[in-house]
Design a binder for this molecule. Structure first.
Ligand SMILES: [Zn+2]
Length: 524
């Protein structure tokens, strides 16, 4: 069986999970579910990054040990992911002893190879971003040197540090990395992100990276030089491999699932994933991940995610009010996955009412309602009398599945959902074209034709239940329950490509509305 390994970043534990983490995690979950539906042997990793000075300080601020501080936050992450039906296989923590042991081995291997050497570091450091800067990196286009952090969205003051430190010879791997990016156009996606990495960071020249600190202790110690703590990114990035058992006693999963098919990351950390992580792997002689996908950021009501927004940045209030299905759907449908997006309450309500309540929810309730009303809940198995509108509907349904696959394979979630909804909208139009309520006025003459129309609607719903399943994970069961579909073969992905798989003589069971309309004032 073909394997597929997808990862989210391990989220930095200086606070509770917010919608930015949610966006990335829901997308990765949808991709994992899609690949499973397509028959891949899938592993999906998420987790948390617990080490570093920022966590140490945040814990001290609330009077906790760093470990106790992290343990508390981990539960909040796990609860958030459970509330959103995130179905991960591994939840990696950088305090996991097996991970820490492997990171020590990685550091030692690189040292033994001469790729890590001891020197001294004097320069500027952004603690919130855990990022070192050389003067060159702080220069803007006019040669002016910034005194604040230049990581997008940061801008906080830099601290001057002067320490004995270890360095990783990143520059040594520049040519190899450039050749890899050149030979593998899908290695960094989307294309805009690749151009940014190549032009702004790689082409100007990679300089050696400071990979240890001595000014704090919350991290993985260099075992051959106590007092040195391994730089948090060199601790964090290998988690994608250590979660699979890399350099541990049991590395069967590593052998089976590495290299990762895609690391899904936010654009602000694309640099670490497309430069430092590949260089570490090149130095270790291990294969590189097949793709790093740097998605855009979410804004809330037009503002950047930040503490000033209070509870609006947490997923919980949205899940409680609209349900996990609506939140998952909105995040993946409303914005393309590369550029930034803006989550507003009014857009969420509009999207919910238009796509879920009106388009899909109504198609289900109308179809079930009409089978119930005109045929007492069971369509007759009679000689087919086709409608002149069947051909168009069937063609659209059949072609839709392939389009959804192409978009999903490219992490174009919004475009995939839009293709699926074209079928829902077409089916609703098909109801209007056939006017079943008019046919029902003369059941003696129109029984077979009416049954044919309702059969087509039920088949569209069966197909929809399949193609929406990576994103809407509870709704397919509701659809199947109301259409009494119990045969697993009728829920298999490939069966969506054959219109007419559903046996005639559909029986329905009326149920509650899948998506009751939300009629609420837009502003809270
Ligand atoms: Zn910063």
């Amino acid at each position: 069986m073909k394997t597929f390994y997808v990862t989210t970043p391990i989220y930095y534990l200086n606070g509770e999970p917010h919608l930015g983490h949610t966006y990335c995690t829901v997308a990765s979950d949808a991709l994992a579910r899609y690949k499973k539906a397509r028959g891949f042997d899938v592993k999906f990793l998420t987790g948390v990054d617990e080490h570093g000075q920022k966590v140490e300080r945040a814990a001290a601020d609330v009077g906790l040990s760093p470990q106790a501080f992290c343990d508390g936050l981990v539960e909040k992450y796990k609860a958030a992911w459970a509330s959103l039906d995130i179905d991960y296989d591994y939840f990696q923590r950088t305090t996991n002893p097996a991970h820490m042991a492997s990171v020590k081995k990685i550091f030692k291997k690189l040292y033994d190879r001469g790729d890590i050497y001891k020197g001294s570091y004097e320069g500027l450091y952004c603690i919130p971003c855990e990022t070192f800067f050389t003067e060159t990196q702080l220069k803007d286009a006019n040669g002016k040197v910034s005194t604040t952090c230049t990581v997008e969205g940061c801008g906080r003051p830099l601290e001057r540090v002067n320490e004995e430190a270890y360095f990783f010879r990143v520059g040594k791997y520049q040519k190899q990395l450039e050749a890899h990016i050149e030979a593998n156009p899908e290695f960094i996606m989307p294309v805009s992100r690749r151009n940014e990495m190549v032009n702004n960071f790689i082409k100007p020249g990679l300089t050696d990276l400071c990979v240890s600190r001595t000014s704090f202790s919350w991290g993985v110690e260099v075992d051959f030089d106590p007092g040195h703590v391994i730089y948090v990114w060199v601790d964090a990035l290998p988690n994608y491999a250590t979660a699979l058992g890399f350099l541990s006693d049991d590395d069967r999963d590593y052998k089976k699932y590495w290299p990762a098919d895609v690391h899904v990351v936010g654009k602000e950390i694309t640099r670490f994933h497309t430069i430092y992580w590949p260089c570490i792997l090149l130095a270790l002689g291990e294969p590189l991940p097949k793709q790093i996908y740097g998605h855009g950021w979410l804004q809330i009501e037009g503002q950047k995610l930040g503490k000033s927004l209070g509870n609006a940045i947490a997923p919980a209030p949205y899940v409680e009010e609209f349900g996990s299905e609506a939140v998952r759907y909105f995040l993946l449908r409303e914005f393309a996955f590369g550029p930034d997006g803006n989550l507003t309450r009014s857009a969420l309500i509009n999207r919910y009412n238009a796509d879920l309540a009106n388009d899909l929810g109504n198609l289900l309730s109308r179809t079930v309602g009409m089978v119930d009303k005109y045929f007492g809940g069971a369509l007759p198995v009679c000689e087919a009398v086709a409608s002149p509108f069947d051909g168009d509907l069937v063609t659209l349904a059949t072609e839709m599945v392939g389009k959804v696959e192409t978009h999903m394979d490219n992490l174009h979630f919004s475009e995939a959902l839009n293709e699926a909804w074209n079928l829902v909208r077409r089916a609703n139009k098909y109801i209007d074209e056939n006017a079943p309520w008019a046919m029902a006025k003369d059941m003696d003459a129109n029984q077979a034709a009416l049954a044919n129309v309702l059969y087509h609607l039920a088949e569209v719903l069966r197909i929809m239940a399949i193609v929406i399943s990576p994103v809407l994970v509870r709704t397919p069961a509701i659809i199947r329950e109301q259409l009494n579909i119990t045969d697993a073969a009728l829920a298999a992905w490939d069966s969506a490509k054959t219109f007419g798989s559903l046996p005639r003589g559909v029986k329905v069971t009326k149920g509650a509305a899948a998506f009751p309309r939300v009629d609420k004032p837009e502003a809270k």
